[in-house]
Design a protein around this ligand. Structure first.
Ligand SMILES: [Zn+2]
Ligand SMILES: [Zn+2]
Length: 762
């Protein structure tokens, strides 16, 4: 066939196309359709394909490209142009040079694929019962990478040279799932497992997984080394075991996540909808919050006082084999760390988890980058990330504009993550945690350093929160002066709104109406903000409405014991004597370590207490009044339990939040709520409080909008509350929630990075 009868196309594909077996896939469909040419990785997250041949062959190739692809691959753009044929005689995978892979996307960890799992369960397969089976379509990536690009010699798998058989498959272009797959191994050449007791002595047994499962079934607590850290595995069906685990972890109330063998088992313990199932089975395999099933064989102590339970599916063969061997087929699989500390990754686990775990199931593949399980829930039918970690991190977020400069952002304080940004990309680090322990601060800095090095970042600005007392603000200041670049302090809720704006593709010059529904952030007036309506652009904002300030006597202590907020707030409305009478009638003094005296002190200190316009603190106060939660043992607990208590509730007539002079009047509402406790059910009052709050915020937003047409963008830690969003939608109609970035403080660094990346300064 002469060149004349040929046709050629040059295809550029962007998306998640590197490290997911995309080039071998292209190679295969090229051979199937009979085209010639090449495929190669470009910089960024781009693949270039040259396909030429007879018209029918090229068409067939394009068809296959459209309809088949490796499961974890995600195609953002496919750009096809006709070009002059060059007379290629074969189809080849071209090696990419260092310079073009400089800024390639770092591939995230991918949950085990169905093919690998089938091999693990097939007695005739050479991967039978092999806990580390993986392929081009699945397996750890980011968690085992020392550096980019994602080649075996840059990962923890370099300690496991391929055996002859694995090497053959790696080099065989016809082997769709193992050709050029960087992480593959087999029982002969891959990592090994063993089991230790609590004193570090190896337990002699034929099959450490089966033995670990037997121990869990007997009620022991077993630490399991996984992909991005350790899990603590324990029976979820046994009250005594769960209570003992809570005692050992000093974690009285915070919910534990469950891992269930498969969807059938998930259906026994929860009521997932179609979207939940999709999330559960996605390559990211996050923990998904799913409505509890009432008659489920799960201990009430697993997620006390909540309507949802966190469930995930096994994401490695190791997990699957472990679950399969247990009696229940579902287990508590909670992060293996002591309270507040980062998740353990290596030998320190033995020391750190002593006193929590009775046994340790270990392996010898190093965890290079620690990364927790991600957590997702549906709010208004849209997946919202509560924790962005394994499977999502460190994927980048494309923004619809070019940043003026490269930026490092350190985030805020609680549930923190950092971010780096360059060109039109923002890359959040994995979830790190609270910044009140040194280990987490070090974790944040090392996670940022990894991204800085991978992307050869040259930061021209350092961004942080505006709070002068945050560790991250001080670190940002010193890093900025070290580098001789500006330190940009970004107001907390502006950063929240900007994160959401960037995630939904708002243009650089657009303005939005932002509604921040949040816990606490440092306000421009030095007070604590958290229920804010603002007209915002990427580089500035105007606060146009907010929640009325309420007093927080004792600051942090008021967030632990919200009865203090109630006493002080009612005291501003009625005076301390009358307020105390109402509080004592509600029994609020019983929830305070200092009893009546503490309550009285809180009431009297109202005028001088720190003030907050925070939705979170308002919900805490309502939760305390209704007797739902009066002591916070984990972040967001009173608000989460208030939301759970509202399930199935209805509106109480006449009880609503007024809007006056750009403020939602919350003090008077709390008083009326306290008076209504005797007349209505807790369920209805909880429901009314949250829906009415959403409506009131919506009214503020509508007033601010006037005739202007602006998208309404909602973000903040409490923006995942179904009932507030419901009320808000009732008054403003369409609204935008963040996509792929946590609405809470775990997403705030993205906003900081964009503000600092776009702002004008000398
Ligand atoms: Zn696989
Ligand atoms: Zn092998």
């Amino acid at each position: 066939m002469g060149l004349k009868a040929r046709r050629a196309v040059l295809i550029r594909i962007t998306g998640l196309v590197q490290g997911v077996g995309f080039r071998p896939f292209i190679h295969r469909i090229a051979r199937r359709s009979g085209v010639r040419g090449y495929v190669k990785n470009l910089g960024g997250s781009e693949v270039e394909v040259w396909a030429e041949g007879a018209d029918g062959a090229v068409r067939r190739f394009l068809e296959l490209l459209e309809h088949e692809r490796p499961p974890p691959a995600e195609l953002d753009e496919v750009n096809v142009i006709e070009v002059e044929p060059r007379g290629y005689r074969e189809f080849r995978i071209l090696r990419s040079g260092r310079q073009v892979t400089r800024r390639s996307q770092i591939p995230p960890d991918i949950g085990v694929c169905e093919h690998c799992l089938r091999e693990v369960l097939d007695p005739s397969s050479r991967w039978y019962r092999y806990a580390f089976n993986s392929c081009a379509w699945c397996g750890p990536r980011f968690s085992m990478m020392y550096s980019t690009p994602y080649d075996r010699e840059n990962t923890a798998m370099r300690a496991f040279p391929l055996c002859d058989e694995c090497r053959r498959e790696y080099s065989d272009p016809d082997n769709l799932r193992r050709f050029h797959a960087q992480g593959i191994s087999c029982p002969r050449c891959g990592p090994k497992l063993w089991l230790l007791d609590g004193r570090g002595r190896e337990i002699a047994c034929e099959d450490p997984i089966r033995e670990a499962a037997r121990l869990v079934d007997e009620g022991f607590i077993v630490a399991v080394k996984g992909v991005g850290g350790f899990h603590i595995a324990a029976l979820a069906s046994d009250d005594d075991v769960v209570a003992e685990l809570r005692r050992r972890k000093h974690r009285p109330q915070k919910p534990f996540a469950i891992m269930a063998l498969d969807l059938e088992v998930v259906g026994r313990i929860a009521r997932p909808c179609e979207k939940h199932v999709e999330l559960l089975c996605s390559p990211q395999r996050p923990i998904v919050l799913v409505p509890k099933r009432e008659e489920a064989p799960v201990s009430e102590l697993v997620a006390p006082g909540l309507a949802e339970i966190g469930v995930m599916l096994p994401y490695t063969p190791l997990h699957y084999l472990l679950l399969m061997e247990t009696r229940d087929k579902f287990l508590i699989m909670t992060s293996g760390n002591r309270r507040g500390l980062p998740i353990c990754t290596g030998v320190e686990a033995l020391e750190e988890l002593k006193g929590i775990a009775d046994y340790f199931l270990l392996h010898n593949r190093e965890i290079v980058n620690r990364v927790d399980d991600s957590v997702v829930r549906l709010t208004d039918g849209i997946p919202q990330l509560l924790r962005r970690a394994r499977g999502y991190a460190p994927r980048w977020i494309r923004v619809p504009f070019k940043l003026e400069r490269e930026v490092i952002a350190l985030g805020a304080h609680l549930s923190n993550a950092g971010a780096v940004a360059f060109e039109d990309r923002v890359i959040p680090t994995q979830y790190v945690g609270d910044m009140d322990c040194l280990e987490n601060v070090e974790f944040l800095l090392s996670a940022l350093k990894f991204l800085e090095e991978c992307y050869k970042l040259s930061a021209k600005a350092i961004a942080s929160d505006a709070h002068p007392g945050y560790v991250t603000t001080r670190l940002a200041a010193s890093k900025a002066s070290q580098l001789g670049v500006p330190h940009i302090r970004v107001q907390h809720h502006h950063a929240h709104i900007v994160s959401a704006m960037a995630s939904v593709g708002i243009q650089a010059d657009e303005e939005v109406l932002g509604v921040a529904i949040d816990g606490a952030g440092y306000g421009a007036d030095g007070k604590i903000w958290g229920g804010e309506v603002m007209v915002a652009s990427y580089t500035g904002y105007e606060r146009v409405g907010h929640l009325e300030y309420i007093p927080l006597p004792g600051g942090d202590r008021a967030t632990i014991y919200p009865a203090r907020i109630v006493a002080a707030t009612l005291s501003l409305e009625l005076g301390p004597e009358h307020a105390l009478k109402i509080c004592e009638k509600l029994g609020l003094h019983h929830s305070l370590p200092g009893g009546r005296a503490e309550l009285a002190l809180a009431a009297r200190s109202a005028p001088s207490a720190p003030q907050a316009s925070s939705v979170g603190r308002f919900l805490d106060a309502a939760s305390a009044i209704l007797g739902i939660c009066r002591e916070r043992t984990y972040e967001g607990e009173p608000a989460m339990k208030l939301e759970a208590a509202a399930r199935g509730g209805g509106l109480v007539g006449g009880l609503k939040l007024e809007v006056e002079d750009g403020r939602v009047v919350v003090r008077e509402y709390l008083l009326r709520l306290a008076e209504a406790v005797d007349e209505h059910s807790v369920k209805d009052l909880a429901y009314t409080t949250q829906v009415r709050l959403g409506e009131a915020l919506g009214l503020l937003a509508r007033e601010a909008l006037g005739d202007a047409h602006m998208p309404v963008v909602v973000s903040g830690g409490a923006a995942v509350n179904d009932y507030i969003i419901k009320g808000l939608k009732k008054t403003v109609g369409k609204l935008l929630l963040p996509r792929g970035i946590p609405p809470g403080d775990g997403g705030i660094a993205v906003g900081q990075a964009v503000v600092a990346g776009l702002s004008f300064f000398e």
